[in-house]
Design a protein around this ligand. Structure first.
Ligand code: CA
Ligand code: CA
Length: 393
């Protein structure tokens, strides 16, 4: 009834609209476009899957890529995390944080018909719930930081969606059915598994020797953004098993210092407290002198200035020649230039905190740390390597 007069008056308003009104309209448009962009990034994790889900929860939606996946749920979810982390660099100005956690095991909770994802510390960080079409969906809130202008920062979150095919965990019809079972056995022994008490790992840190990011280190999709390190949870009673243990190396005659410096407990990083190995790919190797359960390895290459050491690969093995039971615990050689396989970790800038590597409770006697030059020179430096663990039961 009032449509006609209202439309007419709106048309009149538009004609008379002043500049400030236009400015507000432009701002609103920019915000809407920005939000749409974020949504697009979040959805890129599983584009078809999420589109389908929003459109129609149709049981016939079985031929989506998520349903076609043959990998086990842990591998599948971790690859979705990797995809999100890779995609976030498409909007470099927004500073979207990488998802740090990886799924180390999943558990199907039949009462709630949901899948719980545990990280390496045994904490649930992602839960996927059954959707009307039978598949499982979970959401992680991922932080971002944006410099709007030199004075103003803004912080927020984007949503990363994760999907599993419904067939990964068929719905359990009766309460008397089998107990909830993880499709992949938990890594043995998993920290926190079996109700083991976890405590934050206490690491004695040396004094910082520099602040900020040096000019010669350029942001890159393969380089981790500096961030605070959250407490790392480990079983009680761990010690630094590497302290004072014998060190060997691919370079038996270091240019500066000696190999014993790698395990002498001195992490200060100043002149006279690091060993310098020759150029190119080199490693140091620590003999723990008996097999141990290893939960964390902390590596200080050099922290007198900001440097990125290339091709950092950390392995554990049962024998000194690294032939038996070799397990790669960390690898950031993204282009396989060291020939130990393509690494999925990001490169990082060394600082006084050292690099903490999750060793997931592996049982091993020997630890090897590789590097292949750094952003300041071709040499390889080691201030200290700590190996936190305990004797096997
Ligand atoms: Ca040392
Ligand atoms: Ca490399």
């Amino acid at each position: 009834m009032h449509t006609r007069p209202r439309a007419a008056s709106r048309a009149g308003d538009v004609a008379m609209v002043d500049r400030s009104f236009l400015a507000i309209a432009i701002v609103v448009t920019v915000i809407v476009v920005g939000l749409t962009f974020f949504a697009a990034v979040a959805i890129q994790v599983t584009p078809q899957a999420s589109a389908k889900e929003e459109a129609a929860p149709d049981p016939a939606a079985k031929n989506t890529p998520a349903d076609a996946v043959k990998a086990d749920p842990v591998t599948e979810l971790n690859s979705q995390i990797e995809r999100f982390n890779a995609n976030r660099s498409l909007i470099p100005d927004k500073g979207i944080s990488p998802i740090e956690q990886r799924v180390s095991r999943v558990e199907y909770e039949k009462e709630k018909d949901e899948v719980r994802c545990y990280d390496a510390r045994g904490a649930v960080f992602l839960t996927l719930q059954r959707q009307p079409d039978g598949r499982f969906k979970g959401i992680l809130q991922v932080k971002y930081h944006e410099l709007v202008n030199p004075e103003r920062h803004s912080w927020g979150t984007v949503q990363a969606e994760f999907w599993l095919p419904g067939g990964s965990f068929p719905k359990v019809p009766s309460p008397a059915a089998a107990p909830s079972v993880a499709p992949t056995p938990p890594p043995s022994p998993a920290p926190g598994a079996g109700g083991e008490k976890l405590v934050p790992l206490a690491i004695q840190l040396p004094k910082p020797l520099f602040e900020g990011t040096p000019k010669n280190i350029k942001a890159a999709p393969t380089l981790e953004k500096p961030s605070a390190r959250p407490p790392f949870m480990v079983p009680e009673g761990l010690t630094n098993l590497a302290l004072g243990k014998p060190v060997t190396s691919s370079d038996s005659e270091p240019i500066i210092g000696d190999l014993a410096m790698v395990t002498d407990g001195d992490k200060s990083g100043s002149d006279g407290s690091f060993v310098e190995l020759g150029p190119g790919k080199q490693h140091v190797q620590i003999d723990l002198q008996q097999p141990a359960l290893i939960y964390a390895i902390v590596v200080w290459h050099y922290h007198g200035e900001g440097r990125v050491y290339h091709d950092v690969v950390v392995q554990a093995a049962d024998d000194a020649d690294f032939v038996q039971g070799v397990r790669t615990l960390y690898n950031n050689d993204f282009d396989n230039s060291s020939g130990l396989g393509i690494g999925k970790e990001l490169e990082y800038m060394d600082d006084y905190r050292g690099r903490l590597i999750d060793a997931k409770g592996v049982k091993a006697r020997y630890v090897r740390v590789y590097s292949n030059g750094n952003t300041s020179n071709d040499q390889n430096h080691y201030v200290e390597v700590e190996v936190y663990g305990k004797a096997p039961k």
